[in-house]
Design a protein. Structure first.
Length: 323
């Protein structure tokens, strides 16, 4: 088989050459093309049987009559889901689950930072300024409620950690059936979004980006939240209406937000979010950890063995649903 590996772009999101060599050593019977530019990827597409890439758009897919399977190196597959891909027989799989632990720890980290005003303490430290907020402005998490919008591997990992801190957890997913995760005492289907945001002290956005979730959280939902609530988004920026969020944060509609993803990345230096004192901004790094590429390649390698054997693949994406 001819397999294209095309994971390049931002240096942080470029697959190390060593991992490509590891694939070649594991599968010596196959030919691997390590494409590290759009031009190299396009040139290799006509003979490709399999692609390990998040870059196969409609134009590239049209160049690949033999392509039968694409493995995304990430959980998100929005860039891959062109109308041509949705209509095709090409199998699409992703790497969901491998970064559930670091993202869950990131969520707890920024939630604790907001609760203990650590972001404000760091700003004061930079200014060599000794400043104490009122005691009533600090928050303890034990006994508070976290509402998690989207309850896959990441949502489950977040819930387990929140429960360990003594928080109660509400989950919103495709069905309202009980989820069986310790600490989760309420489960809602999509129609329960209003109830979840209204009752939660911390709302965590962890859902995939689809036509149904685009702009899911905006002015209306923010105004349903408690005045002292936090919003944490580690999913995709387009799930939240960014301009409306910035406006409501400036008005004090909710207490604070921690944002790792944005409608357009990198975040425009002119965005008011940079200057709001009640916002923590991280540059889409919540899923970072040293073992990421090794585990992403392991998922692909496992699926490649299954593909060779004609066995069902893992992490198959429902192209109609978008995840």
């Amino acid at each position: 088989m001819h397999i294209i590996v095309a994971v390049f772009g931002d240096p942080v999101w470029t697959l190390p050459v060593e991992e490509v060599e590891r694939l070649r050593a594991m599968f010596p019977a196959h030919t691997f093309t390590d494409a590290r530019s759009v031009e190299a990827l396009a040139a290799a597409m006509p003979g490709a049987d399999v692609a390990f890439s998040g870059r196969i758009d409609a134009d590239l897919l049209a160049l690949a009559p033999r392509l039968c399977w694409v493995q995304s190196p990430a959980a998100g597959v929005g860039r891959l889901l062109s109308p041509l891909m949705r209509a095709s027989e090409v199998i699409l799989t992703n790497a969901r689950g491998i970064h559930a632990d670091p993202i869950a720890e990131h969520v707890l980290g920024v939630t604790l930072a907001l609760a203990r005003h650590l972001h404000e303490a760091v700003r004061c430290q930079i200014e060599s300024r000794w400043a104490k907020l009122s005691m009533s402005s600090f928050v303890t998490l034990r006994g508070r409620r976290m509402g998690i919008v989207g309850f896959g591997a990441i949502g489950s990992a977040v819930a387990a950690r929140a429960a360990a801190l003594g928080m109660r957890v509400s989950a919103l997913r495709r069905t309202a059936a009980p989820v069986g995760v310790p600490g989760v005492d309420r489960a809602y289907g999509p129609a329960g979004l209003d109830d979840l945001v209204a009752e939660s002290d911390v709302v965590v956005v962890a859902a995939p980006l689809t036509a149904a979730t685009h702009g899911l959280i905006g002015r209306r939902e923010l105004r349903l939240m408690k005045p002292g609530a936090f919003l944490v988004n580690i999913a995709r920026g387009k799930l939240v209406r960014e301009a409306e969020l910035a406006d409501e944060l400036a008005r004090g509609t909710i207490a604070a937000a921690a944002l790792d993803v944005f409608e357009h990345e990198p975040l425009d230096p002119a965005s008011p979010l940079w200057r709001l004192p009640n916002v923590i901004i991280t540059p889409h790094t919540s899923g970072f950890f040293p073992e990421y590429w090794r585990l992403a390649v392991d998922v692909f390698a496992d699926n490649l063995r299954r593909f060779e054997a004609g066995a069902p693949l893992v992490n198959v994406v429902d192209k109609a649903a978008g995840y």
